[in-house]
Design a protein around this ligand. Structure first.
Ligand SMILES: Cc1cc2nc3c(=O)[nH]c(=O)nc-3n(C[C@H](O)[C@H](O)[C@H](O)COP(=O)(O)OP(=O)(O)OC[C@H]3O[C@@H](n4cnc5c(N)ncnc54)[C@H](O)[C@@H]3O)c2cc1C
Length: 457
């Protein structure tokens, strides 16, 4: 996705020598950029710099599927962790985040190919039928009804996707071009006087006040530091055990206007199944299909400079997932593919807070594959934490210590493979309408949170 954006020729300078700032943000994805913009708007005199190992958007923000989905599917985890009132406030904030994103892009005159398509959280096999029912009931108990349940004919009235047996439609969901969003945020950040160093990896963080962010060829001395490093956060021992990293893998087709017309999908909804390792697809503004699958590669230890560049080895899985929705004879060829890391927490909710013993260094990570709206909310939390405000954001239950949930290596790597294998097997058997054995079920139950979660820390 990133390579499709026009402004890539302009790379910000690499940090060389010493730089001083009031705030240094490590990571130039959605979280780092939104946080920089929020804090600069609140305190224009602050010197803010971002150090980004790649180019801004080179991480997940420039390579995601562009599905802006609110947090209704996480309602039980939100309520369990944050209280009923705060859980509902955050879920509503995630809906508002969609409007805020498009309003920001409009105000700053960059096109993010925003489309209010809605999302069908659907079923492509009998065992997936009604997997949304528990969440819908929980939402109804709290007076919320974002989803409309559809049977097969209801889905068919929306889009000719014959593999979908039914689903729950959230009409507020939207699609956007992920890389155009992150590059637009970068442009506005530069216009507002935020200093960005690209091709500048933090190699060491000297905790203290001021803190020292060391890089290959320089260092930033800063009173405050924000760590917005997504899956790369595991380089820090304090953050290492809070997430489980595995890739999601995406692909796009050429423009397929005839397919879009034939299937009445050009302005139609995001379609996902209800497997544990969810698959999904959406129409793009230029008539291409964007499709993706979760549950891919697993990292050993921390990612270091691994970026999982290049095509995904899972193009076959993506094509198979698409065929489950549109039938084997769909005729779509996926031309270009990629993958990127997902930072899954056990609960599926992100984590924010100060590093233990270092109130001037804050982390935000763990968006669990749901970071488009999540980072917009996350930036408001980070802003309140950094500016020491006493408000709903700094007091949110999402400000949470990191639970050392993942085991250390090599147990983590071995265990992760076993759990991933069990989930894949259970998803496969579900599609065949067959029961998995007790060991598979037990291992699959250890799955961390994703877009949908009913567990909590
Ligand atoms: C294939 C894929 C599909 C996805 N689909 C969706 C979707 O449809 N909807 C949705 O809501 N979410 C989706 N996500 C998740 C979403 O993209 C992320 O949650 C979101 O982009 C996280 O933003 P971030 O700023 O936290 O991380 P990132 O965008 O990854 O930014 C972190 C940045 O930190 C930099 N960095 C790391 N270590 C260092 C260091 N030591 N020094 C300097 N810089 C460093 C990285 O280079 C990176 O640019 C998807 C993710 C992937 C990979």
């Amino acid at each position: 996705m990133l390579r499709e954006v026009a402004d890539l020729g302009h790379v910000c300078p690499r940090l060389e020598g010493e730089h001083r700032a009031d705030l240094c943000i490590v990571g130039g994805g959605y979280l780092g950029l939104w946080t920089a913009l929020e804090i600069k708007a609140a305190e224009p005199a602050l010197e803010i710099c971002i150090v980004e190992a790649d180019i801004c958007g080179g991480g997940a923000s420039g390579r995601n599927s562009g599905m802006a989905l609110p947090w209704w599917t996480k309602i039980e985890a939100l309520i369990a962790q944050c209280s009923t009132q705060e859980g509902l406030r955050l879920a509503n904030a995630s809906v508002a985040a969609i409007d805020e994103i498009t309003a920001f892009a409009d105000a700053h005159k960059f096109d993010i190919e925003f489309a209010r398509t809605g999302w069908l959280w659907g079923s492509t096999s009998p065992r997936e039928d009604g997997r949304w029912a528990g969440i819908i009931e929980a939402l109804e108990r709290h007076g919320q009804a974002p989803f409309t349940e559809l049977d097969r004919s209801g889905v068919q009235a929306l889009v000719d996707a014959p593999g979908f047996r039914g689903g729950a439609l959230d009409a507020a969901c939207a699609t956007l071009h992920p890389a155009k969003l992150v590059r637009g945020l970068r442009r506005v950040a530069l216009e507002r006087g935020i200093t960005i160093f690209e091709d500048t990896a933090m190699t060491n963080l000297r905790r203290g006040n001021p803190a020292l962010v060391e890089t290959d060829a320089g260092q930033v001395l800063a009173r405050r530091v924000v760590l917005a490093m997504n899956a790369w956060s595991t380089a820090l021992p304090e953050l290492d055990r809070g997430i489980f990293i595995l890739t999601s893998d995406d692909a796009v087709s050429d423009p397929v206007p005839e397919f879009m017309e034939q299937h009445r999908w050009a302005n139609g909804p995001i379609l996902t199944d209800s497997a544990v390792f969810v698959s999904g697809y959406r129409p793009m503004a230029d008539g291409r299909v964007s499709a993706g699958v979760s549950g891919g590669a697993i990292a050993f230890g921390h990612l270091g400079r691994t970026r999982w560049e290049g095509a995904t080895p899972r193009e076959g899985d993506i094509a198979a997932a698409f065929a489950r929705g549109f039938g084997e004879g769909h005729g779509i060829t996926f031309r270009h593919s990629w993958r990127g890391p997902i930072d899954r927490t056990r609960s599926g909710l992100p984590l924010f807070g100060p590093l233990p013993g270092h109130p001037n260094i804050h982390y935000g990570y763990g968006f669990s594959g749901n970071g488009i709206v999540g980072c917009r909310i996350g930036a408001q939390i980070m802003t309140s934490l950094v500016l020491e405000r006493d408000d709903v954001w700094s007091n949110s239950g999402l400000v949470h210590p990191v639970e050392p949930w993942m085991p250390r290596e090599p147990i983590r790597y071995i265990g992760a493979h076993m759990v991933r294998q069990a989930i894949r097997r259970q998803d496969h058997l579900d599609r065949l309408d067959r029961d998995a054995g007790p060991i598979t079920r037990k291992l699959a139950s250890l799955a961390p949170g994703g877009i949908v979660t009913t567990t909590t820390d």
